[in-house]
Design a protein around this ligand. Structure first.
Ligand SMILES: [Fe+2]
Length: 432
């Protein structure tokens, strides 16, 4: 069924690209859709044929996940930190990680260490009167002063920095980075053994909380994924008749290109998004879900080219908003949505940077839901460039460039200091 037809040998027509956000978005969408269709057609296949190949492959994964669910299996692979450290992660677990694109690392940090960090963060924000001064969400003009947030726009606590520069974090990041093919075409796209210390925030959701959660979405980019030269090269196999060769673990052309700016952007290239649990969380208490199929990105990228989508619409993707995934355009994918198992403080949770994810709603949450967001963002040209702004933010206690300009910590005396950096921290910031 998947035998690849003989391909046309003539050179494929080039694609137009926009290295910054197009002024006329609907016009650019119409233009890129026509060009992508023409390129696929010139390869000797139709968009429908190419999409059918992807759909067939994804459907096999969706069926496999449904069967595993039926057998009562945990969909998210789980590995012990001790096995990562000793290099003894079982082959089946590695296969499952590559297949599902997500993983829970048990005992990444000692539970008492994680609970201690959670208390340290509370002390840090309370001693600096954060809740008295809180001005509301950074992107909401009408946020109330003094209300307690769930997402703390706090980046430079000793607890966060200790976790980011720890040997245990570096080991897990290197393990995850090495699942990617970091060298190809004679280029070393990133250094799997050096992280760029991407500073992100904290979530602390108290017991008893009601939350609507977060809808299914993905974070690697928006229209730039179709419209910039670098991403067109990264996703080349989807558009040149060789869709069978598309590899979600190939970072080629992803580690240097520009991104369209927006409040939801991530300037860094992340192999995996991730967080470390600072409280115990049960699987039914408003936790993270993913569509655990890395190849689903091919489906998401090709779906807008089918004829039932309006000509100036990319299945709802637009700049300055997260990339939505939903029942309207992606019902097959939604069937596979799977939540994390119960986690303990000190466990960490990771998912491939292209994967659809959501946070389930919860009413009257049992126990706290506290996490530190720490991804795997290996050293590469794109991350080296962002590290320069991170260094400045670190020195001054400012909010990093990807986040709203809130700058709560600038006057806080007990934030993490340059003298406290170890070798990993210095390398992560590009200081060594
Ligand atoms: Fe997200």
């Amino acid at each position: 069924m998947n035998a690849q037809p003989a391909l046309a040998t003539a050179p494929l027509p080039p694609l137009p690209h926009w290295q910054s956000t197009p002024a006329d978005l609907p016009g650019a969408i119409r233009q890129i859709k026509a060009a992508l269709r023409a390129r696929i057609a010139a390869s000797g296949r139709t968009v429908e044929e190419v999409f059918a190949v992807v759909e067939w492959r994804i459907r096999a994964q969706v069926d496999e996940i449904a069967a595993a669910r039926g057998r009562g299996e945990t969909i998210w692979p789980v590995v012990d930190y001790a096995d990562i450290e000793a290099g003894t992660v079982p082959a089946e677990a590695l296969d499952k990680l590559r297949q599902r694109g997500c993983i829970v690392v048990r005992g990444h940090f000692d539970r008492q260490q994680a609970l201690g960090w959670d208390r340290d963060i509370v002390d840090y924000v309370e001693s600096n009167r954060f809740f008295d001064n809180y001005r509301g969400p950074g992107d909401d003009f009408f946020g109330r002063v003094g209300s307690k947030p769930e997402i703390y726009p706090i980046y430079w606590s000793p607890a966060q920095m200790q976790a980011r520069q720890s040997d245990r974090m570096a080991r897990v990041q290197a393990f995850l980075n090495s699942q990617w093919k970091h060298e190809s075409h004679g280029v070393r796209w990133f250094d799997p053994n050096r992280d760029s210390l991407y500073p992100d925030r904290i979530r602390r959701r108290p017991a008893g909380a009601d939350s609507n959660g977060l809808g299914t979405h993905l974070d690697p980019g928006t229209l730039d994924l179709w419209m910039t030269d670098a991403y067109q090269k990264a996703f080349r196999h989807l558009f040149d008749g060789t869709v069978e060769q598309y590899d979600p673990w190939d970072p080629a052309h992803r580690t240097a290109g520009p991104q369209y700016p927006g409040t939801t952007m991530c300037s860094a290239f992340r192999t995996f998004q991730g967080w470390t649990a600072l409280s115990d969380m049960d699987h039914d208490q408003g936790v993270l879900h993913t569509v655990p199929i890395p190849e689903a990105m091919a489906y998401l990228m090709l779906r807008p080219l089918l004829p039932d989508v309006p000509e100036d619409d990319m299945c709802g993707v637009t700049v300055n908003q997260v990339f939505p995934a939903n029942e309207t355009w992606h019902p097959l994918l939604m069937q596979a949505l799977a939540g994390i198992p119960d986690v303990k403080a000190g466990d960490s949770v990771w998912w491939h940077c292209d994967m659809i994810h959501s946070v389930a709603p919860v009413r009257n949450q049992q126990g706290w839901g506290n996490v530190m967001y720490i991804p795997a963002a290996p050293w590469c040209p794109r991350n080296e460039q962002y590290a320069a702004t991170v260094r400045d933010a670190f020195r001054t206690g400012s909010s990093p460039g990807d986040f709203p300009e809130e700058h709560y910590e600038r006057s806080w005396p007990d934030r993490f200091q340059p003298d406290d950096l170890n070798t990993t921290g210095r390398r992560g910031l590009g200081l060594d």
